[in-house]
Design a protein around this ligand. Sequence first.
Ligand code: BGP
Length: 452
Amino acid sequence: MSKFPKDFLWGASTSAYQVEGGWNADGKEPSVQDVKEIPEGTTDFKDAVDHYHRYEEDVKLFKELGMKAYRFSISWSRVVPNGQVNPEGIAFYQKLIALLLENEIQPIVTVFHFDLPVSIAEKGGWENRETIQAFADYCQVLFDHFGQDVPLWQTINEQNVMALAGSVIGTSQKSMKEKFQENHHMLVAQALVTKRYHEGNYPGKIGPAPNIASVYPASDKPEDQMAALYMSALRNWLFLDAAVYGKYNHNAWHLLEKIGAVPEITDEDQDILSSGTCDYIAFNYYNTMTVSNYYEKEVKIDQQSGFGIPGFFQVVENKHLPMTEFGWPIDPEGFRFTLNEIYSRYRLPVLITENGIGGKDNLEDGKIHDEYRIDYLKQHIEQMALAIEDGVEVLGYCPWSAIDLISTHEGITKRYGFIYVNRNEEDLLDLKRYKKDSFYWYQKVIQQNGLE
Ligand code: BGP
């Protein structure tokens, strides 16, 4: 008997700037991702994998894969370039959503995934309070057009990563003080649109989509327990406490005070925060973190490698965990643990909006043998099934990614998809789509409503 509920949302995920291309097509304004410096040795990624022009073919493949849901993001700068509603931008998502529904694939929409419009960034981006209203206006356009058709919404993808590792993903390079003021504005913006969504009585649910990683203490030393508590407060609970309770986490607040990074909060902000709380929790999971109490050491920072705050914690290597080809730990049990930790803190249904492994795939005679991806996903699905047995209410699973797309900072060399796209770092080649071995494997998982 399957451990997964009958209506479990087996899906897969992408984001607009990483998959679409068409970066200046039909009235789209560039986003910060289209103008960021590109890594040395690579060329232009703005064309991504050209989903904008090939979405029909892609949705056909999603259908063949058996996807019950597709989690994607809408590009703000396509829908509201330079503050003006763009009918062609709306039309693209209208067609995409209609096609998904026709194919019985539920659209799951993230409204903002790292791609702030340049015109807003030029006015100070999230540091500028006015961006809160701009975001709320943009979301209202989305709710007006798609509110009846989209059952699950996420406000902001990985706000915690933007705050803590923004320099790597090309969203921000600022001081902690500035970053946490930006972060505060994002929290208020999220609460404001959540409130508006509820007031509009749309038929779906809305929630945040942070990157959540349980944090292990490096040893049984009491100081390391405290280090883990503090890292989790700053990296995880600050974002979920705000979304679920409309309040700052007390440990995170204390840490921000100590490092001189508390944001300015008005009474109105506080009212908005507490009146716009979420209906469910979407989150991305790649791996856990392990920390000790702080010691001086440079660490590589990206979404998953963690970081340190003097006097509080320092990420250390966990020797029990294998690593991916790109240096991220692999921790399937940590997935079960993280699911349980979130659910016992908040008691809200959860949706996994990302989970997956990036690697270098090779096309040989039209085939891609990505056994390593099957292994990774299999282990994570097993642990998710155990978490469901533990009692966690899981709405669905949308691994990253439905189709190959551009990594946040490692080009197309680091691939995640079930579908291979024939392009490389330098050249778009023919952009032809090929089904990987993992495609056939996941198709079977979905057919069986879980692993046998
Ligand atoms: C998450 C982001 C995604 C995605 C994924 C993989 O942090 O939400 O946009 O890219 O990580 O990361 P990367 O592309 O750096 O390998």
